[in-house]
Design a protein around this ligand. Structure first.
Ligand code: THU
Length: 146
């Protein structure tokens, strides 16, 4: 639930996450949209869990890269996260930012303090934008509301 880091990740960490997200995107299973997405989720213990989108012939059954990364982390016993880097592009060519969909923002919210969790949108290792989750999902609904 809580994120440990309060400072935004430094350039070296950001670039490491972007590199891992790009590798993850290359593994995407996206035969329908051909839009390949990769995510690299930095856990509070310093480990990184990656994910890619996994599409399905029954389209709504497809899974986004960010949620694949969260599922990998949580099923490995990790629930505290500091940041996520996301990349995406048609046929794996990343030329622009790939903002997370609304469902993925909400899933990240489940495990993050929105003021202290960082979302890195990257077009390359040098071209990226850093947001707090709160900026991308203001006035959010989370577990502490229940
Ligand atoms: N996609 C993601 O993996 N993450 C997002 O946040 C946006 C969309 C995937 C879903 C689908 O496989 C493809 O991109 C096109 O929508």
């Amino acid at each position: 639930m809580k994120s440990v880091k309060t400072e935004p990740p430094g350039r070296k960490t950001v670039q490491d996450l972007i590199g891992k997200a790009l590798c993850a995107a290359s593994l995407a299973y996206a035969p329908y949209s051909r839009f390949q997405v990769g995510a690299a989720l930095l856990c509070a213990d310093g480990s990184v869990c990656t994910g890619c989108n996994v599409e399905n012939a029954s389209y709504p059954a497809g899974l986004c890269a960010e949620r694949a990364a969260v599922a990998k982390a949580v099923s490995g016993g990790k629930r505290e996260f500091a940041a996520i880097a996301i990349v995406g592009g048609r046929d794996g060519k990343v030329t622009d930012f790939c903002p997370p969909c609304g469902i993925c923002r909400q899933v990240l919210r489940e495990f993050a303090d929105p003021k202290r969790f960082y979302v890195i949108l990257a077009a390359s290792a040098d071209r990226y934008r850093l947001f707090t989750l709160e900026e991308l999902l203001p006035e959010s609904f989370g577990p502490e509301k229940l």
